[in-house]
Structure formats: structure tokens, C-alpha cells
Design a protein around this ligand. Structure first.
Ligand code: HGY
Ligand code: MN
Ligand code: MN
Length: 417
């Protein structure tokens, strides 16, 4: 392992990283010990400002693009070379954990500081990135910022999206950008030399194996579909069953039928109805409208195509007197990370004497979009009992530090190329 690479990795300060993580976790902190920092919310904006203030304290410039992706820049000696990007997301689930996303952003920031502390001058700039709206819980679908950056979605496609209270993303985005007037806008179009992301595993394998680092080879495919069932509101006391167009009863039958259709023998399919909104949600009015969300994941593209193709016919077949509209919100094909970059992560872990194992990601990440435009790979670290998207999410400082050391070594090596 190159001496500068080793010095950069060894300069990673796990205690500093943990302090920043705990300070960031105070923003949007929930009483149960998690965070609620949904995309482009007041809390998300406070987290972005927190990151920028740390950047300025350290003498780094910050920039943001039209999708509010936030970049912290450590210059390289050859500024004309495309930078190496390292990052993740600051937004969270409504009952999220302190590490999902924030760890990847603050580990990236720690890489910049470690390069400084090790006195390593890299050819390429290295930038720590916070991608906008990775979670997709407020504005669906998720990973919007990285999708726009990777030109898999356009700003025009995301601006009209509204949250569940009808707030347009365009308004929240405008307010977010305006919150950091001192941060210059960067036009989009940058194609990075490479992208690295570290993230807690959000599963139990690393902890069960007692291994601190996962080298991620890819991410399973994700389809997000919203189903709208339109019936008719009616009086609960006077409307006979034969005249009802009950959207809730109809939607509930659809969910159960879809659950059956997606049930596979080897439990590989991940089928989730996470949101089920009933209108007007009055105890004595027959529900006139239901919108429910489907999050479907699988590693095999043919299975994804086959099963998503069944949603419309199953729903239409159960519509009865209601009208059904099926909206496909997002289809991200399975991702295979660049073999050379995956190898670099394995070599970095080996060179640092850090135990590691290959893994395939069940969770989606911004890296799935970056991999469409540049060599990309990920580092996983263990989390307690594999719990995530839950306020009880927890991780150990020493594991996060080990993952960050591997990240720093690989980022440094890439930035010297
Ligand atoms: O849903 C996901 O896979 C990611 O954690 N947002
Ligand atoms: Mn995440
Ligand atoms: Mn998440």
C-alpha cells in the first residue's frame, strides 16, 4: 500500500467522527433516540448548514447544485481533473436512526480532514457530498438528488412532486437553497472520476460474522409504485352495501392479493406497502379515496419485470365499482459496481489489516445512480442487530472508524490517479 494512502487512512480520527455524528444527531432528534430529518425540511436544512459551518471552519469551500446536492471541496494539485466524490445523505426517515446516511456524509468529511492531517496533497480534488432526498419518505421516489446528478431524472420531473401534505418539492427546494445564500451554486454536468459511499449495512450479516467492513459489489433493483383507488364518499348509516364504492375495502383486497402474488418460496422478494392513505378518514363516511405505496425489490431484473407487470391486472381485476390508477414512480435496475473500484476497496481493507467480506446490498443508496456515470463502490459497516429505519438504530465507533479508514485509503488512491 502506497505510503501516502496508509498515512491518510491512519489519520482518520474515529473520536472526531463520532463527535460529529452525535452533534449531527441532535438535529431532528426524536425522544426515542432517533432522528426525524426528512428531505428539505427545517431539520434537513439545519443539518446542511451544520455541515457547511464545519467545512468553513476547516477552510473548505462548499457549493450546491440546482437539486440542492451539497459539495464540500478539498482542492487537488491539478484542478482541471475531475474530482473524486465521497458521500451519502443527511435526510432521514420519519422514525430514522442516527447513522443511516449521516455516517456516510460525515465519514466523507472525515476523509478530507484525514488527508489534511496526514499532509497528503492529492492530484484530484476530493469532495464530500450530501445528496438530496435519498430516503424518499417525504417526496417520492427517493435518491432524487443523485438521480438528477447522474442524469437519470430531470429537475423538471422532480419539481412538481408534492409531499403528503401537498407541499410542492419546488417550494421546499427553493427555501433550502435560499437557506445557504453564502454557498455558491454549481451548475450540474460534472462527471466525477469516481464515487465512494460508506453506509451502515442495515442488515445483520457483518455483526453476526464479527467483521467490521463489507465490500459492496452491487445493489438489488427497486421499483416504487403508487396505487390510487377512487370510490365515492357516502354516509356510513344510510348507504346500502350494494350502492357503496368503498375505496378502503377495495384497496385492502388489492394489498392482500398483491402480497400473495409476490410471495416467493425462497423469500428473496421484498414487497412492502409502507403507506396507506385513506380519505376522508372519517369514522362515519365510506372512504372515497385510497392511495397506497408499493416498494418492491429483487436482484433479478426479469423477476422485477414479471412481478411489476402483475400489479395493474391484479388491481384492475379487484376494482369492482371503484376506479384504479397505477403510477410507476421509480424503476432502478439492479446495480453491479465497477469491479476495479470494488477491488480497490478489498485491497485497501487488506492493506490496512481490516477484516472484510463481499456483500450485496438489499437497501438502496445514492451509489446506485452514481454508478451510471462513474466508477462507484461502497463500504458497509455493522449496525446493532441489523436494525435500521428505526430509532433504535445503533453502531459502534470502532466499526465506523474502520470503515472510514478503508474509505480514506481508497479515496486517496483514486485521487492520486
Ligand atoms: O429505502 C432504502 O433502501 C434506503 O434506505 N432509503
Ligand atoms: Mn441510507
Ligand atoms: Mn434509509
Amino acid at each position: 500500500m502506497d505510503d501516502e494512502v496508509r498515512r491518510a487512512a491512519r489519520a482518520v480520527d474515529g473520536a472526531r467522527l463520532w463527535r460529529r455524528l452525535m452533534a449531527m444527531a441532535e438535529i431532528g432528534a426524536t425522544p426515542a433516540g432517533g432522528v426525524n430529518r426528512q428531505a428539505l425540511s427545517i431539520e434537513d436544512r439545519a443539518a446542511r448548514r451544520r455541515l457547511v459551518e464545519w467545512a468553513w471552519e476547516r477552510g473548505y469551500d462548499a457549493a450546491q447544485d440546482g437539486a440542492a446536492n451539497l459539495f464540500v471541496h478539498r482542492p487537488g494539485s491539478e484542478p482541471q481533473l475531475p474530482p473524486v466524490l465521497v458521500g451519502s445523505h443527511l435526510d432521514s426517515q420519519p422514525t430514522g436512526g442516527r447513522f443511516d446516511g449521516a455516517f456516510g456524509v460525515l465519514a466523507a468529511f472525515e476523509v478530507l480532514e484525514a488527508l489534511d492531517d496526514a499532509g497528503v496533497a492529492t492530484r484530484r480534488a476530493v469532495e464530500a457530498v450530501a445528496w438530496t432526498n435519498e430516503e424518499g419518505s417525504r417526496f417520492s421516489p427517493g435518491a432524487m438528488g443523485s438521480a438528477v446528478f447522474a442524469r437519470r431524472m430531470t429537475l423538471g420531473e422532480i419539481l412538481p412532486v408534492t409531499d403528503w401534505d401537498g407541499v410542492p418539492l419546488a417550494d421546499a427546494l427553493r427555501d433550502t437553497l435560499a437557506d445557504l445564500p453564502e454557498v455558491p451554486m454549481r451548475d450540474r454536468g460534472l462527471v466525477p472520476a469516481a464515487f465512494l459511499e460508506t453506509h451502515i449495512e442495515q442488515g445483520p450479516r457483518l455483526e453476526a460474522e464479527g467483521i467490521p467492513v463489507g465490500v459492496v459489489t452491487g445493489i438489488q433493483g427497486i421499483s416504487n409504485i403508487h396505487v390510487e383507488v377512487i370510490g365515492a364518499e357516502a354516509h356510513a348509516g344510510t348507504t346500502p352495501r350494494r350502492l357503496r364504492r368503498d375505496a378502503l375495502k377495495t384497496a385492502a383486497a388489492m394489498v392482500l392479493a398483491l402480497e400473495d402474488a409476490f410471495a416467493d418460496g425462497d423469500d428473496t422478494v421484498r414487497f412492502t406497502v409502507g403507506r396507506f392513505d385513506v380519505t376522508p378518514s372519517s369514522p362515519n363516511t365510506v372512504p372515497g379515496h385510497v392511495r397506497f405505496t408499493i416498494d418492491f425489490r429483487h436482484p433479478d431484473p426479469a423477476t422485477i419485470e414479471r412481478l411489476t407487470g402483475r400489479i395493474e391486472p391484479i388491481c384492475q381485476g379487484l376494482a369492482g365499482a371503484c376506479e384504479v390508477r397505477v403510477h410507476r414512480k421509480r424503476d432502478v435496475p439492479p446495480t453491479r459496481f465497477d469491479e476495479g473500484t470494488v477491488d480497490l476497496l478489498r485491497e485497501s481493507a487488506k492493506g490496512l489489516g481490516i477484516a472484510h467480506m463481499d456483500m450485496f446490498s438489499g437497501a438502496g443508496h445514492d451509489a446506485m445512480h452514481l454508478s451510471a456515470i462513474c466508477p462507484t463502490a461502497m463500504v458497509f459497516t455493522p449496525c446493532k442487530d441489523g436494525i435500521s429505519h428505526n430509532e433504535a438504530e445503533s453502531a459502534k465507533p470502532e466499526d465506523l472508524a474502520a470503515g472510514t479508514r478503508v474509505l480514506a485509503a481508497a479515496a486517496c488512491a483514486l485521487a492520486q490517479r
